[in-house]
Write a protein that binds this ligand. Structure first.
Ligand code: AHR
Length: 339
């Protein structure tokens, strides 16, 4: 019963402050439910700080977590959208600590700068699950487990695909000029994919990365940056775009400049995420390869929390399954993709 009263109290306080600060009601991206029934005292209270809503992938990731941490499954979820700002995420974590939630799930916008707030969570005795992207902290006991993807491996897969593509087309000794559209600077999606791809690129003296610019994982920025890069580098062979949203924008910009992409195009396109619209473009030969970043992490997060509740040991690193899509295998996946 204590928990129920505490939850209702904090929800009321939080709701009050949101109404005050927004002037007219809830922020659409902050979901604070009010405990009202007897059974709610038994629910596991989880505060989830999400990066933002920058991409199709991110929306799918949010939905996966919201669909797994439901009341029916025994959870009471408080969702906060960080809107790409670390300060918003730190504020959210502090509010979860003040509410004395049972668990915190953090999908961090960038890797650095979390030590202090995670120390505060640890002192409050609240286990933290890091989701999707990673944190770089001096003491890894500041989080209990990571659930997400291996971003460096994704970058390596992209590089290895290019290596075998060039071989297959007898171009392995030709000069290969590469442009890279990076994601949010300092995020593990950007750092890992860059590191993994560079690891393979470094093994090929004939691969030249002409430029790497950030497109912030958004379509509009992808379009804008691609246009800008084209002004300096009109001749290139490969575009590596670190997510599908940027790829959509970049393809627009390339088309407007009269440059074709994909299997029989002027430029090879390597993308990441594998959302349904991108898989359609893979099936049409417009994108050559899409390295999957699996957003469906909710079930695994729920399992980790349930295991902790049962007093079981959990793996520190929990990686979801991922695939690589080309025109050769994408057909089997097109109809099933829901995001
Ligand atoms: O951290 C995962 C990345 O973030 C996805 O590749 C991207 O689409 C998202 O915004």
């Amino acid at each position: 019963m204590r928990k129920k009263i505490r939850r209702a109290f904090f929800s009321a306080v939080l709701l009050g402050s949101l109404l005050t600060s927004s002037g007219c009601g809830f922020f659409a991206d902050t979901v604070v439910e009010t405990a009202s029934t007897e059974e709610e005292k038994d629910l596991i209270e989880v505060g989830f700080s999400q990066v933002g809503s920058e991409s199709v992938w991110r929306t799918a990731n949010t939905e996966s977590i919201q669909n797994a941490l439901t009341r029916e499954n025994g959870f009471f979820l408080i969702f906060k959208n960080g809107r790409q700002k670390q300060e918003n995420q730190i504020k959210a974590i502090r509010s979860f600590i003040a509410q004395r939630v049972d668990y915190i799930v953090l999908s961090p916008v960038t890797e650095e700068g979390w030590d202090t707030v995670l120390e505060e969570a640890k002192e409050a005795g609240i286990p933290v699950i890091i989701a999707d992207r990673m944190v770089s902290v001096a003491d890894d006991s500041l989080y209990t487990a990571y659930v997400g993807t291996d971003k460096r491996e994704e970058g390596r897969k992209a590089g290895l695909w290019l290596e075998s593509y060039l071989k297959k087309h007898n171009k392995e000794d030709e000069e290969v000029r590469i442009l890279v559209l990076k994601g949010t600077e300092g995020s593990s999606a950007q750092l890992g994919r860059t590191m993994g791809f560079d690891e393979i690129a470094d093994q090929h003296d004939n691969w030249t990365i002409l430029a790497q610019e950030t497109g912030d994982f958004t379509t509009s920025k992808g379009r804008e940056v691609m246009k800008k890069l084209l002004a300096t580098y009109p001749d290139f062979d490969v575009l590596v775009s670190q997510n599908d949203d940027m790829t959509f924008g970049a393809i627009d910009a390339l088309e407007s400049a009269g440059i074709t992409t994909g299997i029989s195009g002027d430029v090879v396109v390597i993308s990441f995420d594998a959302v349904s619209e991108a898989l359609r473009l893979v099936s049409e030969g417009v994108i050559n390869v899409d390295v999957e970043c699996n957003p469906e992490q909710g079930e695994m997060i729920a399992q980790v929390i349930k295991a902790l509740e049962n007093g079981e040991e959990v793996e520190k690193t929990n990686i979801v399954e991922e695939n690589v899509f080309t025109i050769g295998n994408v057909g089997a996946y097109l109809n099933d993709r829901t995001y």
